[in-house]
Design a protein around this ligand. Structure first.
Ligand code: NAD
Ligand code: UDP
Length: 336
């Protein structure tokens, strides 16, 4: 298949590009590099032994997306392109709705014009909101707690309506839990600029000495050890999940929301201990106030992914920590 990956230069997109290419698919990346580096293309070339086509375009430029779909005779689109910083979405909601919702509509309009109807969407567990029960299954009520989450849910709704309007559409909304880790080569991974918001990149920067200590947000939650619990999933497992979703859609039309997680709930302290085990060193850490807006615990029910996609996460917490650390060691910031 020829697959267009919007946002394919980003964290999850680049790992998915590796998996799809190595499985024999032809991948074309479309990205405006607002949150990624062009150097990722060289790194993908080193991993794959061949270069990937890349179009430097904003997904909101519908004419350019249509042209790409035609020029490269694309069969399916995986739509990763989007902004993902929850805090920024609260500060600047219009930027998020414009990029994430308008951007998705633009890609879908281009697809409709060209007659391509297979679409995989990067959704998020954040669509569920406050847990009414756990683990979240796909039928759990949806009530996002911030504009970022609403952009994801609104696109899911648009996709649902689209599939009802035309039964030829084949749509999968993949609700990711907490992607972490990196490709085994250490060449691609998650490398946010400045001070990371997310736990794993923060831990990596403490381990490398780029940050002095880890602040653990809260130790008084009703969780296994008082710290927050999440469902961390290795980015390579997530990448495999996208290929499974495409395989599934080749025989199934309609709209399908599917959780991609491990089904395992891991506390902040458990993740830190796993990381310390990998680097054979204790990390400086301190308990601080809870982070406003944080949910105490959430994790995925994974039966639907197993039953419909025939996919399940295979990699361990140690694999996630080891690959994150290998990536960090190869990508220390210039001052280190
Ligand atoms: P990322 O920021 O690393 O990758 C997104 C890519 O999209 C970047 O390369 C960016 O340059 C590109 N992009 C953004 N807006 C664009 C636009 N208008 N036109 C063209 N390209 C554009 O993020 P990621 O972690 O790889 O996430 C990929 C997708 O998965 C996003 O939609 C995100 O919301 C979603 N998601 C991520 C997580 C997570 O924790 N990483 C969890 C759930 C869902
Ligand atoms: N967390 C923390 N210190 C940090 C970053 C995160 O204690 O510097 C905690 C956070 O409170 C949550 C968990 O780690 O319980 C995962 O946070 P992350 O931001 O990675 O994911 P999200 O909260 O978006 O699921």
């Amino acid at each position: 298949m020829r697959i267009l990956l919007t946002g394919g230069a980003g964290y999850i997109g680049s790992h998915t590009a590796v998996v799809l290419t190595q499985a024999g698919h032809e991948v074309v990346i479309l990205d405006n590099f607002c949150n990624s580096q062009r150097s990722v293309l060289e790194r993908l070339k080193s991993i794959l032994g061949k270069g990937l086509l890349c179009i430097d375009v904003d997904v909101r430029n519908t004419a350019s997306v249509s042209k790409a779909l035609r020029d490269y005779q694309i069969d399916a689109v995986i739509h990763f392109a989007g902004l993902k910083a929850v805090g920024e979405s609260v500060q600047n909601p219009l930027k998020y709705y414009a990029n994430n919702v308008q951007g998705s509509i633009s890609v879908l309009q281009a697809m409709q014009e060209v007659g391509i109807k297979t679409f995989v969407f990067s959704s998020s567990a954040t669509v569920y909101g406050d847990p009414k029960y756990l683990p979240y299954d796909e039928d759990h009520p949806t009530q996002p707690m911030n504009p970022y989450g609403w952009t994801k849910l609104q696109v899911e709704e648009i996709l649902h309506d689209l599939s009802k309007s035309d039964p030829q559409w084949k749509i999968s909304c993949l609700r990711y839990f907490n992607p972490v880790g990196a490709h085994d080569s250490g060449l691609i991974g998650e490398d946010p600029n400045g001070i990371p918001n997310n736990l794993m990149p923060f831990i990596s920067k403490v381990a490398s000495g780029e940050l002095p200590q880890l602040n653990i947000f809260g130790n008084d939650y009703l969780s296994k050890d008082g710290t927050g619990e999440r469902d961390y999933i290795h980015v390579m497992d997530l990448a495999d999940g996208h290929m499974a979703a495409l395989d599934f859609l080749s025989n199934n039309s309609g709209w399908h929301a599917i959780n991609l997680g491990t089904g395992v709930s891991t506390s902040v302290l458990e993740l830190v201990e796993a990381f310390e085990g990998v680097i054979h060193k204790k990390l400086p850490k301190e308990f601080v106030e809870r982070r406003p807006g944080d949910l105490p615990i959430y994790y995925a029910k994974v039966d639907k992914a197993k039953n419909t996609l025939g996919w399940e996460a295979k990699r361990s917490l140690q694999d996630m920590c080891r690959s994150s650390w290998d990536f960090k060691k190869k990508n220390l910031s210039p001052a280190q």
